[in-house]
Ligand binder design. Structure first.
Ligand code: C2E
Ligand code: CA
Ligand code: CA
Length: 831
C-alpha cells in the first residue's frame, strides 16, 4: 500500500536513526536502491556528521502528547520543497518507530509565491499587499506609516524609449525601495506605476525622511534615459486609530497628489520663464463629434480645443486678435497663454489646468484675468470638458472662454459679478408675463470683523477672494454667485427648491467647516445664509433682497453657520426685537427704571444659605416681564450691556454691603457678559466701586460662561488672574454645555465651576449625567476648584446629588430668585 502512493514515506528506529523501510516513490526521488539498514541523515541530507538539528524525532519521543509534527523542508539532495508529517507508530515487530510521510509542495509554493509577488519588481502583489496591510490596520494601536509612491513620467519613458526602459525604471525604483525596508516593513505594487510602502512602528517624520532620502539616492543613480527631475512623488500618512484600508490609501494618495500637483506646477512655471522662439505652427486635427460634445457642454465667446495626445491647442481668430497670440494653433499653450495671465491668478490657472492634465476631473471652470493687446486686464471665465476615448484615456479637451471684462459688471477683488449685475439678472428673470421661479440665497461671513482685526485688511481681502473661489467651485448648474458689499455674497439659482437650497448650503458648510490656512495664518471662517424663494416670498428684487437679508440676520442671531429660509415670523420677531431694544434704551436713559435685581439663594451641602446669585429682571408696560434670556442678548447687541452691567454691579454691591451685618460671610455672585470683560475700564471700575462702597472683595463672585471662557482663555487669563488677586472669586457658569473639554478646568484661573442644570435633569435616568457630575466634582476637588450644581428642583434630585460632595447647591427646591428685601426676610434674618 505504501509503495502505491506518490508521497514519500520512510520509517526509522528513533533510537539509532536506522532506516527500517522506504517506499518506492521516495527511493525514486532520492535515487536510492537499498536504503534499509543505513542511517537516515547520511542518505537523505548532505554533509551531516550526526542527527540533523531540525530532526523532529527528539520532540516526538520526548513529548508523548504530540501525535505528529508538521514541518516544511527544503531538501538539498532532490532540490525540492516538502511538507513533512512525522509521527510515532507501532511497527510490525511491536516496537515504536518513527514514521515520516512527505508531500512534494515545490510547485504549489511556486504558484503561491507567484500570486503574492509581482514578478518584475519583487514587490508584494496588489492582493497580497492589501491583505498584509489590512491585517496590520486591524491590530492598530502602534503607529504605522503608509506611503503612496507614484513614478513620474513612466508613460513617456515607455513611449520614448520602449517598454524595456520602462521596466528598468520600475525595477530601479523598486530596488531603491527594497533597500529602504527593514524587518517587517514591506511594499506592494498597487498598479502600473504606483507602489505602497508600509512601515509599521515608524512615525510620520521618520517615514517622510526615509522616502526623501530614497528619492535623492535614486536621483544619484538615475538611469540615462530618465529625464531630469524627481523619479517619483510620494505621500506619507501616519495611522494611529483604526481606519478602513480604503481610506488610508485614499488619504496617502491625496497627499501624494498634492506633491505631484505642485511638481507639475513648478514645471509649468519653469516653462513660462523659458524664452520662446519661432512662429509655432503645427498640423492640427480633431474628432468633430467629440468637439461637438464639448461645445454642447459649454457656451460663450472664444472657443478652444486641445488635442490631449499632443497637447496642441487651437484658439479662435477673435481670441488671437484680442490677445495678440502668435497664431491659432499653439503647441506650447501653457507657456504662451499662461504668459498673458495676471500674476495673482497664475496659480489658480495652473492648478486648474493641471487637474485636467492629470485626469483628476473632466470639468474645467476657472476665472482669471488676462492681458489683451491694448494692455488691459480682462476677466475671463474659462469653461471646458475633457473627452475620453473608449479606453478612458483623455483625447480631447474643449470649451469656451467668456470675456467677462468687457461687460464691466464685475467686482474687482473677486472677479464675481457685482450687486448691479445681480439686480439686472433678477429683474430679467422676474419681469415679463411669465416670471421664472428662483431661489435667492444671501450669504455672510461669520465673524469677518474678527479676521480683519486679528490680521489686517489685506489678509481680509485674501479671505474674501478665497471664499469667492470656493463658492464658485461649489455652485450647482444653472446658478450664479455674486459679491455684494463687504463680507456678503449672493447666490441665484433657477427654480424654486428648498431641497436644492439646503443641499447647496450643506456643501458650503462642509467645505468651510475646517480651519483654513492662508499665507501661514490660520483662521476659521464659516458662513451664514438667508434664503428666499420667488414667487412665494416676493415678486420684486427689492422685496426679495430685503427678506433674504432678514433671514440672514436671523441665521446669525440663531448661532451662525446655518441657513434660515424666510418666514413671516422672522419679521414679527424682528419687530419685537427692535421694539424691546428701544424700550430697554428708554429704561437706561430714565436712570435704569424697570430694572430690578433678584437674588437666588446658594446653599452648602448641609442646606445652609451661604450666598446668593444676583439675577437681573426687567419689565415694560407693553410686554410685561421679559426674561433675561431674551433681554440680556438685546442689551449685548445694542451695547447697552455696558451701562446696565455697571448699574447691576453697583446695585448688587450696595445690597451686599447692607446685608453684611445680618450675614457676615455671605457671598454674592454677579453674572458678567463677555462684553463687559472686553471693556478696558471695567476692571478699574469694579475696584473703585468696591472701595467706594466699602465692600469686601472676598464676598464677590463673578460668573462667566464656559463657552466664552473656553474660547477666549488666552486673552482673558491674565485679566482674570489680576481680578482674583484682589480677592474676588471667578465662577465658570453653565459648565458642561460649552462643548469644551474637561481640560479647560486645568488651565482656567477659576475658583468655582457652576455645573449646568441640564445635568440635574438626567440625574436619575441617565448614567452619563450622574457619571459626568461625579467626574467633574472629583476632578475639581483635585484641582482645588469648588463646585456648584444649579437647577435642583425636587427632593429626589437633591437626594441623588447629595452624596456627590458638591460644594454648593442652587435650585428652585431650595429657593427661587426673590427681590432683595424679600430675600433678606426669608433667608438672612432667621438663619
Ligand atoms: P444663569 O446665570 O445660568 O442663571 C441661572 C438661571 O437659572 C436663572 O434664570 C435662574 O432663575 C434659573 N434657575 C435657578 N434655579 C433653577 C431651577 O431649579 N430650575 C430652573 N428651571 N431654573 C432655575 P434667569 O434668572 O431667567 O436668568 C437666565 C440667564 O440670564 C442667566 O442664566 C444669565 O445667563 C442671564 N442673566 C440673568 N441675570 C443677569 C445679569 O445680571 N447679568 C448678565 N450678564 N446675565 C444675566
Ligand atoms: Ca449665572
Ligand atoms: Ca448657569
Amino acid at each position: 500500500m505504501m509503495d502505491s502512493t506518490n508521497a514519500c514515506i520512510y520509517v526509522t528506529d528513533p533510537e539509532t536513526d536506522e532506516i527500517l523501510f522506504m517506499n518506492r516513490a521516495m527511493k525514486q526521488a532520492y535515487g536510492l536502491e537499498d536504503p534499509e539498514g543505513k542511517l537516515c541523515w547520511q542518505l537523505l541530507q548532505l554533509g551531516q556528521q550526526g542527527r540533523c538539528a531540525f530532526c523532529p524525532v527528539q520532540m516526538l519521543t520526548q513529548d508523548g502528547s504530540a501525535p505528529s509534527y508538521v514541518w516544511e523542508e527544503q531538501n538539498p539532495i532532490t532540490g525540492r520543497t516538502y511538507e513533512n508529517y512525522d509521527s510515532l507508530m507501532r511497527w510490525t515487530d511491536g516496537r515504536m518507530v518513527h514514521f515520516q510521510h512527505s508531500t512534494d509542495v515545490t510547485e504549489a509554493r511556486r504558484l503561491y509565491r507567484a500570486a503574492m509577488i509581482d514578478e518584475l519588481t519583487g514587490a508584494l502583489s496588489r492582493r497580497a499587499g492589501k491583505e498584509a496591510l489590512s491585517h496590520l490596520l486591524e491590530k492598530a494601536g502602534e503607529p504605522l506609516c503608509v506611503c503612496m509612491l507614484d513614478i513620474n513620467g513612466l508613460k513617456s519613458v515607455n513611449d520614448l524609449h520602449g517598454h524595456a526602459a520602462g521596466d528598468s525604471l520600475l525595477k530601479g525604483v523598486a530596488s531603491a525601495v527594497c533597500r529602504l525596508l527593514h524587518g517587517e516593513e514591506f511594499f506592494m505594487r498597487l498598479s502600473g506605476d504606483e507602489f505602497v510602502v508600509v512601515l509599521p512602528g515608524v512615525r510620520q517624520a521618520e517615514a517622510a525622511a526615509r522616502m526623501q532620502a530614497m528619492l535623492e539616492e535614486f536621483a544619484r543613480e538615475r538611469p540615462a534615459f530618465f529625464p531630469e527631475g524627481d523619479a517619483f512623488c510620494y505621500g506619507v500618512i501616519e495611522v494611529r486609530e483604526q481606519i478602513p484600508m480604503q481610506d488610508v490609501l485614499a488619504r496617502a494618495d491625496e497627499r501624494m497628489y498634492q506633491q505631484k500637483r505642485s511638481l507639475h506646477i513648478r514645471r509649468a512655471e519653469a516653462l513660462l520663464n523659458q524664452p520662446r522662439s519661432g512662429e509655432p505652427s503645427a498640423p492640427f486635427s480633431y474628432d468633430a463629434n467629440l468637439l461637438y460634445d464639448a461645445l454642447v457642454a459649454s457656451t460663450d465667446d472664444y472657443v478652444y480645443v486641445c488635442d490631449m495626445k499632443t497637447g496642441v491647442f487651437r484658439y479662435t481668430p477673435a481670441m488671437v486678435a484680442e490677445f495678440g497670440l502668435p497664431g491659432e494653433v499653439i503647441p506650447n499653450a501653457a507657456a504662451v497663454w499662461g504668459a498673458k495671465v495676471h500674476p495673482h491668478d497664475k496659480r489658480v490657472f495652473l492648478e486648474s489646468n493641471q487637474e485636467i492634465i492629470d485626469g483628476r476631473t473632466d470639468v474645467h471652470c476657472v476665472e482669471y484675468r488676462a492681458q489683451n493687446v491694448r494692455g488691459e486686464w480682462l476677466w475671463l471665465r474659462c469653461r471646458g470638458h475633457l473627452q475620453r476615448d473608449k479606453a478612458g484615456d483623455p483625447t480631447l479637451f474643449a470649451g469656451f472662454i467668456t470675456n467677462l471684462g468687457k461687460k464691466n459688471k464685475l467686482d474687482p477683488l473677486t472677479g464675481l459679478f457685482n450687486k448691479f449685475e445681480l439686480e439686472n439678472d433678477m429683474l430679467q428673470l422676474l419681469s415679463g408675463p411669465h416670471p421664472k421661479p428662483l431661489t435667492f440665497m444671501m450669504l455672510g461671513l461669520d465673524g469677518f470683523k474678527h479676521i480683519n482685526s486679528l490680521y489686517d485688511r489685506v489678509f481680509g481681502d485674501e479671505v474674501i477672494r478665497l471664499v469667492a473661489h470656493r463658492l464658485r467651485s461649489l455652485l450647482p448648474p444653472n446658478s450664479t454667485v455674486y459679491r455684494l458689499d463687504g463680507d456678503e455674497f449672493a447666490i441665484l439659482m433657477r427654480g424654486s427648491s428648498r431641497t436644492a437650497a439646503d443641499q447647496l448650503f450643506y456643501l458650503i458648510r462642509a467645505s468651510f467647516s475646517e480651519q483654513q490656512v492662508f499665507d501661514g495664518k490660520k483662521f476659521y471662517c464659516t458662513l451664514s445664509g438667508g434664503c428666499v424663494f420667488a414667487p412665494d416670498d416676493g415678486r420684486s428684487y427689492v422685496e426679495l433682497a430685503r427678506c433674504a437679508s432678514y433671514a440672514l440676520e436671523y441665521a446669525k442671531r440663531r448661532g451662525k453657520n446655518r441657513l434660515e429660509c424666510y418666514r413671516h415670523e422672522i419679521v414679527a420677531g424682528r419687530r419685537r426685537t427692535l421694539e424691546l431694544t428701544e424700550l430697554l434704551r428708554e429704561s437706561v436713559e430714565h436712570d435704569f427704571e424697570n430694572f430690578e435685581m433678584y437674588y437666588q439663594p446658594v446653599f452648602n451641602a448641609s442646606r445652609q444659605v451661604i450666598g446668593a446669585e444676583a439675577l437681573a429682571r426687567w419689565s415694560c408696560a407693553k410686554y410685561g416681564p421679559v426674561s433675561p434670556v431674551e433681554f440680556i442678548p438685546l442689551l449685548e447687541q445694542s451695547g447697552l450691556i455696558l451701562p446696565v452691567g455697571r448699574w447691576i454691579f453697583r446695585e448688587v454691591l450696595s445690597t451686599c454691603v447692607s446685608w453684611e451685618q445680618d450675614a457676615p460671610d455671605f457671598a454674592i455672585s454677579i453674572n458678567l457678559s463677555y462684553l463687559q470683560l472686553q471693556d478696558e475700564n471695567f476692571c478699574s471700575f469694579m475696584l473703585d466701586t468696591i472701595k467706594e462702597l466699602g465692600a469686601n472683595p472676598r464676598h464677590i463672585v463673578l460668573e462667566l460662561t464656559e463657552s466664552y471662557l473656553a474660547a477666549n482663555m488666552d486673552r482673558v487669563a491674565q485679566l482674570l488672574t489680576e481680578i482674583r488677586r484682589s480677592g474676588i472669586r471667578i465662577a465658570m457658569d453653565d459648565f458642561g454645555t460649552g462643548y469644551s473639554s474637561l481640560g479647560v478646568l486645568k488651565s482656567a484661573p477659576i475658583d468655582i465651576a457652576k455645573i449646568d442644570r441640564a445635568f440635574v435633569k438626567g440625574i436619575q435616568s441617565s448614567t452619563f449625567d450622574s457619571a459626568f457630575l461625579r467626574l467633574v466634582v472629583e476632578l475639581c476637588s483635585v484641582l482645588g476648584i469648588d463646585t456648584c450644581l444649579e437647577g435642583v428642583e425636587t427632593e429626589d434630585e437633591f437626594d441623588a446629588v447629595l452624596p456627590m460632595s458638591l460644594s454648593y447647591i442652587q435650585g428652585f427646591l431650595l429657593g427661587r430668585p426673590l427681590p432683595a428685601e424679600e430675600f433678606r426676610r426669608r433667608f438672612l434674618l432667621h438663619s
